[in-house]
Write a protein that binds this ligand. Structure first.
Ligand code: CA
Length: 228
């Protein structure tokens, strides 16, 4: 397993690299955003640990740029800023998770393990490249959703994973907590409201009549159920 660590603080970088290597990861350590982007385009990594406050290109911009380039590697942001705004911004830029300094090394390692496991789980879905979901067709590899009107929508990682989760569980009532755990994992920041917002967006594409959903059905006081 290869991890790209981007951190300009020598002490933190040394500690994180040492702990990752002790857990058997191959670590490439870069200290600037520019070097990180070059490493990301040159090589393949299973996880990206990304400090937000970097000289030059910030960690936020690295995440944004990586997603633009279609790099789906799980990104865990590391930051000194324990503010809700920067947390939301990190997730908006395509990060999968967020850790505030100082963090426990054990927690960092657990999150790296969890994100690698989850991303490999979702990669397995690419064997079944096109899935029909409601009135739309999802191409797992391209993460593109073709709606009934022939329009193609590019989905985020989380939208893709959420649709694939629903598709794998036809007829089963999934609780909002189940969905949060499966799609957002250990990151505590999204709330159950986040799930509802994602569902509203997906319904616009998947349902013939988004206001009267027949495929992604609300289960009152619980969550959602997918009906093929
Ligand atoms: Ca820094």
């Amino acid at each position: 397993m290869r991890v790209l660590l981007v951190e300009d603080d020598n002490l933190i970088g040394t500690m994180v690299r040492l702990n990752l290597e002790q857990d058997g990861y191959q670590v490439q350590w870069q200290q600037s955003g520019e070097a990180a982007l070059k490493a990301l385009t040159d090589g393949r990594f299973d996880c990206l640990l990304l400090d937000i406050g970097l000289p030059g290109v910030s960690g936020m911009d690295v995440a944004k740029q990586a997603r633009k380039l279609g790099i789906g590697t799980p990104i865990i942001m590391l930051t000194a800023r324990d503010e809700i705004a920067s947390k939301i911004q990190a997730l908006d830029q395509g990060a999968d998770d967020y850790l505030c300094k100082p963090f426990e090394m054990k927690e960092l390692l657990a999150r790296v393990r969890a994100h690698i496991r989850r991303s490999q789980g979702s990669l397995e879905l690419t064997t079944d490249q096109e899935i029909k979901i409601g009135a739309a067709t999802l191409n797992m590899e391209r993460r593109a959703l073709t709606t009934a009107d022939g329009k193609v929508h590019e989905l985020s990682d989380k939208e893709t994973v959420l649709l694939a989760l629903l598709h794998r569980n036809p007829g089963r009532a999934l609780s909002r907590a189940d969905i949060l755990e499966a799609v957002w994992g250990m990151d505590a920041s999204p709330t159950e409201r986040t799930v509802d917002n994602f569902i509203v967006r997906l319904r616009r594409w998947v349902e013939e009549e988004p206001d009267r959903p027949h495929h992604i059905v609300t289960v009152r006081g619980w969550g959602y159920r997918y009906e093929p």
